[in-house]
Design a protein around this ligand. Structure first.
Ligand code: ZN
Length: 296
């Protein structure tokens, strides 16, 4: 009786630290990499899955400045929204981007994981955060893929929703400036027009313009819109608020920091996770200082 249990040696091999692979796995649970668009490049882009990690830096972009910050703060794992390697590489030239940054990451011992369109499509991803900050109600996917629709972590590409109360396009612009700490927000359409129904798409939303027009909402909040897209929206009677690419996506950094921190608590030495401090909207210049909220 109980012989099997008694004779089984019950010791556990506990690895003292987390590895890059653990961080990848947690990101995959938050925003499954299978949700990424077919043209996208996500996942571990530079580094070794088995490398031990004590400190992680989270940022929007894998820029030289961010790599330097990760190195200075002794964060051996860097998690970014934008990928570093996007087009297939034929060579890693250290004098040409992105080889220059790849080389810098390798020399600094930084292991880079990118969570891009998988994070846009995740239930708690970038579009969710934007909808939350705007206080949208009755939030629905703007577009969703049948294959993932029933999955718990899936939220779809873009969102539609309803503002808590009717407001002018000008007020929507001011709301965006306030909640996103954005400068230089642009709008298309009459500033005095009352709007209530909204579509959002973080990053460059121009590719979703037709779906937004078809959805019949009053205003589309996104980043990186082009002149001819603005003309198309005017023709369709759709108001636009362009908050800029940076402001529409930098908002995911804090939630990711908090999530990874919460996941990295089970070992003797808890994982330390930080938000990058050096990032600024490249379009904002000196006028657009993005106010980093210290959370670590
Ligand atoms: Zn983006």
């Amino acid at each position: 009786m109980g012989g099997v249990l008694k004779s089984t040696p019950h010791f556990f091999v506990v690895r003292p630290m987390y590895t890059v692979k653990d961080i990848y796995r947690w990101l995959d649970e938050y925003a499954p990499f299978r949700y990424a668009q077919s043209w996208d490049q996500c996942g571990l882009q530079v580094g070794d899955p088995q490398f031990p990690v004590e400190r992680v830096l989270v940022a929007l972009d894998p820029s030289s400045a961010v790599i330097a910050e990760a190195s200075e703060r002794n964060c051996r794992c860097l998690v970014t929204h934008h990928p570093l390697i996007f087009q297939p590489l034929r060579a890693v030239r250290l004098d040409v981007f992105p080889g220059s940054v790849i080389g810098r990451a390798i020399r600094s011992g930084i292991h880079l994981i990118a969570a891009h369109t998988n994070l846009d499509a995740a239930k708690l991803g970038t579009n969710h955060q934007l909808s939350e900050l705007l206080g949208l109600q009755n939030v629905q996917p703007l577009e969703s893929e049948d294959v993932w629709r029933e999955q718990e972590q899936y939220g779809g590409m873009g969102r539609t929703g309803v503002l808590p109360e009717s407001m002018t396009v000008q007020d929507v612009m001011l709301l965006c400036e306030r909640v996103l700490h954005a400068r230089g927000v642009r709008m298309v359409g009459s500033p005095d027009r009352q709007v209530r129904t909204v579509a959002v798409c973080t990053g460059s939303g121009g590719g979703m313009l037709q779906q937004v027009i078809d959805s019949g909402v009053d205003v589309f909040i996104t980043g990186d819109l082009k002149y001819h897209e603005a003309q198309r929206a005017l023709e369709a009677g759709l108001a636009l608020v362009d908050v800029g690419h940076f402001a529409s996506e930098r908002l995911i950094v804090e939630p990711l920091v908090n999530y990874l921190k919460a996941r990295g608590q089970s070992k003797r030495k808890p994982l330390q996770v930080f938000a990058a401090k050096c990032e600024r909207d490249p379009f904002a210049g000196h006028a657009g200082i993005w106010h980093y909220r210290e959370s670590n």
